[in-house]
Design a protein around this ligand. Structure first.
Ligand SMILES: NC(=O)c1ccc[n+]([C@@H]2O[C@H](COP(=O)([O-])OP(=O)(O)OC[C@H]3O[C@@H](n4cnc5c(N)ncnc54)[C@H](O)[C@@H]3O)[C@@H](O)[C@H]2O)c1
Length: 318
């Protein structure tokens, strides 16, 4: 039995506690930001308002504090959205924690000062190089995991032994784990799929979406290699695997479908998805300054078209 701390009580952080508890770990969850999730997790029946299920009574909720981060855990899991990464990075900076960490968050950060794109593990390690970080990505809808539908994900760490140790602690008969040494490739693929699922969603027929799917994979391979990941990682769970689930039924592809119908981003957001976070749009705004300056536009025509449509709030023509 291991002691696991999950930071982030949103849909994914909370769903992730389910296989962890089933695997006989002692699991604590904390929520640093959202009053709704704090209320859900600290309530008696632990009804989660976005998963629409009661979480296990064995799940312990503790208020977020620096003291909690310093308690003895075997694994710390970060399940915040991208905007929470700066926040947790700052908190962890002073503590110099050596406990293995597992990052579920998907996304990339643009570092303006050095004109560089950083993955989340690179961003966190910038604060403290000694951090022991693995990442877990792949096609996983939180609601499906919460219902214990079969789910396959991938854990990456240059030291594959650490990845496998973590896998052993958290896998169950329905939560299956692959492993990879290509941490950079896994992080890049799992982020840019949010952009490509918007592009695929813009197809106005299955035929058109299929051809956009094929072209998206070629662009993803190019970008993964550009950012020093392995091209082959694109064909794994963090790449094609995650692209499929996002294109088939996520918020990004839904937004893409409105863009494909001729709405501008702002109009579609206001009219159809006013309360939804569109991760692909956030990522476009984050990485566009780098992509537009540094990358050969001919190699990634679809991404360039989407960036221009969102930044200039113009119709998307693909
Ligand atoms: N690795 C996987 O298998 C997998 C699967 C699905 C989603 N995800 C990723 O997990 C992350 C969370 O997704 P989710 O579905 O739980 O989202 P969510 O919106 O349900 O939860 C977001 C979490 O981030 C926190 N947060 C938001 N803004 C913050 C801020 N400014 N400061 C601090 N905390 C903040 C929220 O309080 C909450 O805990 C996303 O990056 C998503 O892409 C990973």
């Amino acid at each position: 039995m291991k002691k696991i701390l999950v930071i982030g009580g949103g849909a994914m952080g909370s769903a992730f506690t389910i296989p962890c508890i089933e695997n006989n770990n002692k699991v604590t969850i904390t929520e640093p930001y959202s009053k709704t999730f704090i209320r859900d997790l600290s309530s008696k029946n632990k009804f989660h308002s976005s998963l629409k299920i009661n979480l296990s009574k064995k799940l312990k909720f503790k208020d977020f504090s620096l003291g909690l981060l310093q308690e003895k855990f075997d694994l710390i899991v970060i399940a915040l959205s991208l905007s929470g990464i700066d926040f947790i990075g700052e908190k962890l900076k002073e503590l110099k924690i050596k406990t293995p960490m597992l990052v579920l968050t998907k996304g990339l950060k643009y570092e303006k000062k050095n004109n560089k794109i950083l993955t989340i593990s690179e961003q966190l390690k910038k604060n403290y190089k000694g951090m022991n970080i693995s990442v877990l990505k792949g096609p996983c809808l939180a609601k499906e995991l919460a219902r214990k539908n079969q789910t396959s994900v991938i854990i990456a760490n240059k030291n594959i032994k650490i990845a496998k140790q973590i896998g052993k602690q958290i896998s169950t008969s329905y939560y299956l784990i692959d492993f990879s040494k290509d941490i950079l490739g896994v992080e890049v693929c799992s982020s840019i799929k949010n952009i490509y699922s918007m592009i695929i969603g813009a197809g106005q027929s299955l035929n058109m979406s299929s051809s956009l799917f094929q072209k998206s994979i070629i662009e993803m391979q190019y970008l993964t290699k550009y950012f020093k990941g392995k091209e082959s990682t694109t064909l794994g769970l963090a790449g094609v695997g995650d692209l499929y689930v996002s294109a088939a039924g996520g918020r990004n592809s839904k937004m893409g479908s409105y863009l494909g119908k001729g709405f501008t981003f702002k109009k579609a957001k206001k009219k159809f998805m006013p309360n939804d976070t569109i991760e692909g749009e956030q990522l476009v705004r984050e990485i566009a300054p780098f992509i537009l300056k540094k990358i050969n536009k001919k190699r990634i025509p679809l991404m360039i078209k989407l960036i221009n449509a969102i930044l200039k709030n113009k119709k998307l023509n693909i």
